[in-house]
Write a protein that binds this ligand. Sequence first.
Ligand code: SF4
Length: 440
Amino acid sequence: MPKLLLVQPTQYAPDGSLCKQSRLYLPGLAFPLLAALLPEGWEVDIRLEVVDEVDPDTDADLVGIGSMGHATFRGLDLAREFRNRGKKVVMGGYMASLMSREVLKHVDSVVFGDAEASLPELLHDFSSTGKLKSVYSRPLTTLAGLPVPRYELLAQKPIGGMLPVQAGRGCPHTCSFCSIACLYRGRYLTRPVDEVVRDIRAVRDLGFRRFYLIDDNIVSRPDHLADLCRSIRPLRMEWATQCSLELARHPELLRLCVESGARMMSFGIESLSQEGLDRLDKKWLRVDRHEGAIRTISDAGIAVSSEMILGTDGDTGETLRDTVDFINRVRLPLPRFYILTPMPGTRFFHQVKSEGRLLTEDFTQYTGARAVHRPLRLSPEELTEGYWKVYRRTYSWRSILRRTLLHPNARRHPIVYLFAFFVSLHYRSYIRRKIPPNIF
Ligand code: SF4
């Protein structure tokens, strides 16, 4: 029986060691979904390196490696080890798609974009000839008809209390720095509500009471989200997702989300500089509405986690200081920060390169924690230093406690804010070791 090994690499710490955890709280969906799509007769082994060992002397016939953020470079090292032992190696995921030319120096094949549609052709080529094309690229045109992911393969690992369920993919916006925009080019695909609910039931049947909806921007189609919430509500489960602050402008939808069990959402707040947002083609996001929107969503009963970028062309040293004050003032339970990074393939990459502001094309430096371009009003050194300062200040003990256990809504939803407290401690330990806290 042919065997496929799927490996999600972990990232390297600054001292070169591997980042390991005793538990992975938010495992991804791609591998259990691909496992469910394998033709009969294929065996599969999933290895999440942050919690699992990865043995290069595997008995698998074919190796698939995921690429998420900076862990991609660990993935390329693993790819070399597998290939040295005669294995065929395929890499997929958004980083492999964005920097396929670089990745192809180290692997046999790259799957561009969504892997589901390319998988049958790739396996057929491998089984019939033992050879692979260098690139497989079949964009998905619909998310209807996907099978139930093989959740049992995740449930047997040391994971947290939630499993992932896909709701939609892509985004109708086309912000110039965004890798999603680069891959989906303004397309947003939703799954049929009944298929999403079928997968949530599968999660519940495994004994889980919480799930997180995987979606790049779940409020992209408010009518669809409303239908989804109405169908989720009778299941009496709790859920989390990623969303845009637009949700605050739809009070009825916000109410439906909360009633259906939404307890935590991550929002792309991005920046406190309107000029910075405008220059990144994100004009529709209004800085003067951030605070009100966060309060509206938080008061409705949803804990707000945020993604922010530092180093836009509107940012100064003062903006970085204001960012810390803002986080503490609105008491955001789980803020995350990234240095604005011109990912290859994005319009922002071409822009800063043509303006002579790109500092390096050594993509191993593109960690999101180090400036690799020159912003207009900050030096790269000021930006990198400022990034760690913002993280240290927002993850001080005082700030963590005020934003989580002492948050005004913590009494209404103690489990959610306790969860935020423990995640904050986990992030704090990463920050102290100067590792960007993006694994959980
Ligand atoms: S709204 Fe978010 S997901 Fe959509 S293109 Fe902009 S940054 Fe990307």
